[in-house]
Design a protein around this ligand. Structure first.
Ligand SMILES: [Zn+2]
Length: 137
């Protein structure tokens, strides 16, 4: 009777150790899976401000910047910000509040977005913006 008891308690200890080890492996595994899914699910860093904080044409302009950053990055802004603010292209206007206070930036981005979505090539969009906004610039 006594012999069986001690044998079963040794077995129980081994079982407990094995279970603990398994638990540790599972815990580490879950943590790694969580980390990798979190990284995969994280959204790309926002290039421009959230359009939803604006209204009307300003919202349309920020939406165009959000949807087509690669297009706006190839276009010039004619509001003077390229000289005064160090902007390199029209996309820069929408990284900050700058675009929200500038009719030229907004007009250009809305026009560019509409033209691009109707299939106009970027060099034609650039030419159209230059003709419309580029006077004296
Ligand atoms: Zn600008």
């Amino acid at each position: 009777m006594k012999k069986t008891e001690s044998k079963s308690s040794v077995t129980a200890i081994f079982a407990a150790i094995a279970a603990l080890g398994l638990l540790l492996i599972v815990a580490v595994g879950v943590r790694q899976i969580r980390a990798s899914t979190a990284a995969a699910a994280a959204p790309a860093p926002r290039l421009t401000l959230d359009p939803n904080q604006f209204a009307g044409d300003t919202r349309r302009a920020y939406t165009a910047a959000e949807k087509h950053p690669e297009v706006l990055a190839q276009l010039d802004c004619y509001c003077g910000c390229e000289q005064h603010e160090g902007h390199k292209n029209l996309l820069d206007c929408f990284r900050t509040m700058h675009g929200a206070g500038c009719d030229i930036c907004v007009g250009e981005a809305v026009t560019a977005g509409q033209m691009y979505e109707s299939g106009t090539p970027v060099d034609q969009i650039r030419a159209a913006l230059q003709a419309r906004y580029g006077h004296g610039g």
